[in-house]
Design a protein around this ligand. Structure first.
Ligand code: FE2
Length: 215
């Protein structure tokens, strides 16, 4: 009698990344670029930090993180908020007892030759990066597999797939938004283009929802 044998494979703990396109018209994009460089021009501290921090791997200009209520970013904030809602629905965050709120907006100007070392966005739940300006060869955003314990034995693979990759690279383009969980380690490859790579970043945190008022 033949032995019955069947098997099946399921994937567990997948990590979801949302991408969207936001192609502003020429005027809107021009206004965003102007806002970014106005902020840069008026931030001597940020410019100084960008050169001082070279040895730590942070070679790019980081603005202050307090641009949440800057009206120049209001439309972008609204569109990214819509992406956030899609992501919240996707992973079923329960918003009846807690809220996911925007904690920070900042700009990052990555001049030619600069890069960003691997990091996470601590104390946040979701992070989004919008690419306002990207030159040819600007370098990828690289996500690094969070399942670090499997690095202790790495076989050779005949083909890279999402089931065996230890990093995932996304080539940026203008108008691209990438939203990902803030715990996911990531780095940014050297900007090999001759243009500033400009990112507008968003961090979201979580807190208990305000108590409903007594009826
Ligand atoms: Fe980051």
């Amino acid at each position: 009698m033949k032995t019955e044998h069947t098997n099946s494979i399921v994937s567990v703990f997948p990590t979801s990344i949302l991408t969207s396109n936001m192609n502003f018209n020429e005027d809107e994009r021009g206004n965003l670029l102007k806002a970014v460089y106005d902020i840069y021009d008026n931030d001597e501290r940020g410019k100084r930090k960008a050169s001082e921090n070279k040895k730590f791997g942070y070679t790019t200009f980081l603005s202050k993180i307090n641009l949440n209520n800057d009206p120049r970013f209001a439309k972008l904030k609204d569109l990214i908020g819509q992406d956030l809602n899609s992501y919240i629905n996707h992973i079923n965050i329960d918003c009846s007892s807690q809220e996911v709120y925007l904690s920070e907006i900042w700009i990052n100007i990555q001049a030619p030759g600069t890069y960003v070392a691997a990091h996470r966005h601590h104390n946040c739940i979701m992070t989004s990066v919008y690419y306002l300006q990207v030159g040819d060869g600007a370098g990828e955003l690289i996500f690094i597999d969070a399942k670090e314990s499997h690095y202790m034995i790495l076989p050779e693979y005949s083909k890279e797939t999402k089931y065996n990759a230890i990093s995932v690279k996304i080539t940026p383009r203008e108008g691209l938004n990438i939203m990902f969980p803030s715990w996911l380690m990531h780095e940014v490859a050297h900007n090999l283009s001759n243009k500033d790579r400009i990112i507008i970043g968003f961090n979201y945190k979580i807190r208990k929802a305000a108590k409903l008022k007594d009826k």
